[in-house]
Ligand binder design. Structure first.
Ligand code: 13P
Length: 251
């Protein structure tokens, strides 16, 4: 099955407003020649509006780095799907390992966030991934299974059109230690197989599974050559126009 590649930049808690707008304009420029792939950038919450304005009309997608499950209410510090839609935000990252490990978000909460996104028009980028200790203890597949099954509980096959999965092994995030293409492909194939069990084969075949964790200009091509790798979720290398441009232009 043909899946449209998605190259996504997670800017985390970096960049000033001016830097965010400048980088967003550079991403518009880089992606203008690529009609066969999607490009998404996820700035910090305060600069979403400025970045949406900077990419308007370009086809570059804008994502939030998290999303609330309720539409409104007394939820100090949270931002809802209708608020994001109002700004022109099309996607939201949920379950990032930093949310899980630093802020204590568990699979049940991530499930609520994901359903909050896709109950409206916001596509969810669901991040999953094992820690080094889990991998070394031979628990990688069990951990991924639990993360996928619990985060997708109650999600219909139809709604899976609005879900992208990002496999981000925790030990590869920000460490410069990328998973080998074989390690990434093994995890991606396993995730797709699991999606076939939960949904149907054609639904599983249409879900984009991104790899994240020290994606750089010099490893993107070999990662993208793997059968089940449909794109990348990029941290550090997405903060510089030159390196992100090269990743967008993967061969
Ligand atoms: P790095 O690309 O900096 O390893 O970060 C990956 C990541 O966490 C993207 O969400």
């Amino acid at each position: 099955m043909q899946r449209r590649p998605l190259i996504a930049g997670n800017w985390k808690m970096y960049l000033t407003r001016a830097e965010a707008v400048t980088l967003a304009r550079a991403v518009v420029e880089s992606s203008s020649s690529c009609t066969d792939r999607d490009v998404m950038i996820a700035p910090s919450f305060p600069f979403l509006a400025a970045v949406c304005a900077a990419v308007e009309g370009s086809g570059v997608l804008v994502g939030a780095q998290n999303i609330a499950w309720e539409k409104e209410g007394a939820f100090t510090g949270e931002v809802s799907a209708p608020m994001l839609e109002d700004l022109g935000v099309q996607m939201a990252i949920v379950g990032h390992s930093e949310r899980r490990h630093i802020f204590g978000e568990d699979n049940a909460m991530i499930n609520r966030r994901l359903r909050g996104a896709i109950s409206g028009a916001v596509q969810a980028v669901l991040c999953i991934g094992e820690t080094l200790a889990e991998r070394e203890a031979g628990k990688m597949l069990t951990v991924l299974d639990a993360q996928v099954r619990q985060a997708l509980a109650g999600v219909t096959g139809e709604q899976m059109r609005k879900v992208v999965i990002a496999y981000e092994p925790v030990w590869a995030i920000g460490t410069g230690k990328t998973a080998t293409p074989e390690q990434a492909q093994e995890a991606h194939a396993h995730i797709r197989h699991l999606l076939e069990e939960i949904f149907e084969k054609n639904i599983a075949g249409a879900v984009r599974i991104l790899y994240g964790g020290s994606v750089k200009p010099d490893n993107i091509d070999v990662l993208m050559a793997q059968a089940d790798i449909d794109g990348a979720l990029v941290g550090g290398a997405a903060l510089k126009a030159e390196s992100f441009n090269r990743i967008i232009q993967f061969q």
